[in-house]
Design a protein around this ligand. Structure first.
Ligand SMILES: [Zn+2]
Length: 388
């Protein structure tokens, strides 16, 4: 299995991922609607993700974005002209949503490499899930900077992939679930500043995007559609339509598989996004819903995620695809590399090339055996599955 990009297929159907437009009478991804071939998709990345683990036991100690960069290059999918280095967001660009006190506390915590009890209580910094680590400001500020840059690059339309983004639990004045800043919120606000009025945010991470809902719950120009595991941390987002009828949550049971997700795609995601007539789509493509992920209990395959990526292409002139959760290094690396392939119309190979195989074989993962004990600030067993 390590030699494929496909991963577990779940119990569901396979979808056609040979999605180049040639030979089809009409482009399934809808490229022609917004100028097929006018712009190539751009990939925003950074070397900071290669060496900034959250800590020795933390689920985010595994490499993720760097694996996607390495695999994409090994496959010949990431030429220099498609790669954009992520800038680090300046503090005043973060305070359009985060509070100045919180941004200052986050920066100070990185400098001091410790936090006091008051900061820990007020801002949820220095907790087991949001620990102090050497790059605890620079890394999320780089992810925020990437999403802000993406929104600017999309001012005139196009597709941008930013797998380091998707930190959807961050709150205005506190960290949450491994998320210090909320780059999806910052991206949506920036898209608005750059010409998009109506924005559809689709989130297929296993966890509910509580921070995004807090930001846009009463905003009729933002449609949020979230599919997440029921009763998983943060346990928000019960199934229903709320806000000004623009927040759609679908809390799904454990074991959700590809057939279920195909139904959700066709009957919930696509009709609502299409009917909303968005100027931009932001797709949070968290990889923790796949079968092998240690933090959730869904049984999706890569195919389900890739099908959703493909299905939203062409539904708006701007598409920003973000990452999110994903804690099995082989799963997240392959899934998100495949997302980049789908966005470019590349055929997903049945077997990766030797260079890619070497990258995959070099990854190490020993599970999360001690996490429940480490997360002693949460009481029940499900709380050992926190985050993104
Ligand atoms: Zn998640």
């Amino acid at each position: 299995m390590i030699t494929t990009l496909g991963g577990v297929r779940g119990a569901g159907k396979r979808v056609d991922v040979q999605m180049g437009c040639g030979g089809l009478t009409s482009c399934r991804s809808g490229h022609s609607r917004y100028g097929h071939g006018v712009k190539r998709p751009l990939f925003i990345g950074s070397e900071i993700y290669r060496g900034s683990p959250y800590g020795g036991w933390h689920p985010l100690r595994v490499p993720r974005v760097s694996t996607v960069m390495d695999l994409s290059r090994a496959l010949g999918w990431l030429p220099a002209q498609a790669y954009v280095p992520s800038p680090r967001a300046k503090p005043d660009t973060l305070t359009v949503w985060h509070t100045p006190d919180y941004v200052a506390a986050l920066h100070a915590a990185e400098v001091a490499q410790q936090v006091g009890d008051a900061v820990k209580a007020r801002h949820a910094l220095g907790t087991p899930s949001n620990p102090v680590f050497p790059e605890m400001y620079r890394r999320p500020a780089t992810a925020a900077g990437g999403s802000l840059l993406a929104s600017e690059l999309l001012a005139k339309g196009g597709i941008v992939y930013h797998p380091a983004g998707g930190t959807h639990h961050g709150m205005p004045d506190r960290a949450g679930g491994f998320c210090y800043l909320n780059d999806p919120v910052l991206a949506i606000l920036s898209l608005r500043r750059n010409g998009a009025r109506r924005i559809a945010y689709v989130d297929i991470d296993a966890h509910h995007p509580d921070g995004v809902e807090v930001a846009f719950g009463d905003d009729t120009d933002v449609l949020m559609v979230s599919v997440h595991e029921d009763e998983l941390w943060p346990r928000t987002g019960p199934t229903g339509v709320t806000g000004q009828r623009s927040i759609i949550n679908l809390a799904v049971p454990r074991g959700l598989h590809d057939d279920d997700m195909a139904l959700i795609q066709d009957q919930v995601i696509l009709p609502n996004v299409t009917g909303f007539k968005p100027d931009a789509i932001v797709l949070q493509c968290g990889a923790d819903g796949v079968e092998e992920d240690p933090q959730a209990h869904l049984s999706l395959s890569n195919q389900a995620h890739w099908a959703i990526v493909q299905s939203v292409m062409g539904l708006a002139p701007r598409l920003l695809v973000l990452g999110g959760g994903g804690y099995n290094p082989w799963s997240v690396g392959r899934l998100w590399t495949g997302v980049w392939g789908i966005l470019n119309g590349f055929a997903i190979p049945d077997r990766v090339n030797p260079g890619s195989e070497t990258i995959l074989r070099s990854l190490r993962f020993d599970g999360n055996p001690s996490m429940a004990a480490q997360l002693s600030d949460h009481s029940d067993t499900r709380s050992n599955r926190l985050g993104l």
